[in-house]
Design a protein around this ligand. Sequence first.
Ligand code: AFP
Length: 358
Amino acid sequence: MLYGRTTLSKFLIQQQRADKSAGDLSALLIDVAAAIKGISAMVSKGALGEHQGTLETQNVQGETQKKLDVVTNDIMLRQCEWGGLLAGMVSEELDQPFVIPGGYSRGPYLLCFDPLDGSSNIDVNVAVGTIFSVLKHAERKPPQTAAYLQPGDRQVAAGYAIYGPATMLVISVGRGTHGFTLDRETGNFVLTHPDLTIPADTGEFAINVSNERFWEPPITRYVGECKAGRSGIRERDFNMRWIASMVAEVHRILMRGGVFMYPRDTKDPSKPGRLRLLYEANPMAMLIEQAGGCASTGRGRICEVAPTDIHQRTPVVLGSRNEVERIERYHREYESGADRPFVSPLFNERSLYRSEVT
Ligand code: AFP
């Protein structure tokens, strides 16, 4: 593939040579890319656009909707509903799955998406994004809700757009993770980051530390060791980032490594995490794993979680392999009690006492 000249369409045609059945999937990804171009144009208008600010409505998550949440959702639906490629859609902004209107034929795929991730950043001009996941729907009849409840390992494609200084599209169809940059002069997505690979080690972690008092001990242990830096057990200094836009965090990790955590916490016991499984965690997990990283709930692979609800949430720990595996080990040691020598000051005193006695 020629760096800087291969367009998304050319790339998908080349990918199709490896998988003859992927024709319709390529056409669907072209439709999604077209919607993303529309969203990019709208988002980049900023305060000059007519969609700034919030609405009086709330979405199914109980979150106040930004005007752009609703408008970008409509762009995704309108662009993708008519092509005869989809059997249905799930969106963060819709309570129930979207049924393909009667006038359009249905296709073999299901599209799950968050049309505007990080929307709390939109009014302060910080990078936001769109996240999407593609599943198969082999049956001819319209999909019931259960058709969407497939584990992340069943995704046939995943991707995100990041609306930053440049608009980029990062996708995987199961053969690596690849980045495309939007050339606004030609309207083409151009392959600029083929075969993204995440370094196994990192010195950069991302977590919202304001939730520290709600964390489980394994996360407290890991973050405490990062903060202790070279004077602590890790014997190296770490840097911290928190953009409050998952797309931007994941993009940074794909570009230079790192670990992102939005763990299960006790802030709202009714929620096992903040991030949604079907259209945030699963697609990001596929992209990260395809780039050689790990994507975990802290206790197991995200892509093995069996969904029970289209809007369910999950804990997320993803990024550089060696750091995610360390955090998973800390969860196992917590469950087994083997972490006590590392986390309980009282236990340390007792163990210190015991060494004086024995
Ligand atoms: P919004 O889309 O409501 O801004 O939420 C963004 C997000 O789902 C994810 O993109 C961020 O990583 C995370 O929430 C930020 O959560 P906090 O605001 O609790 O830090």
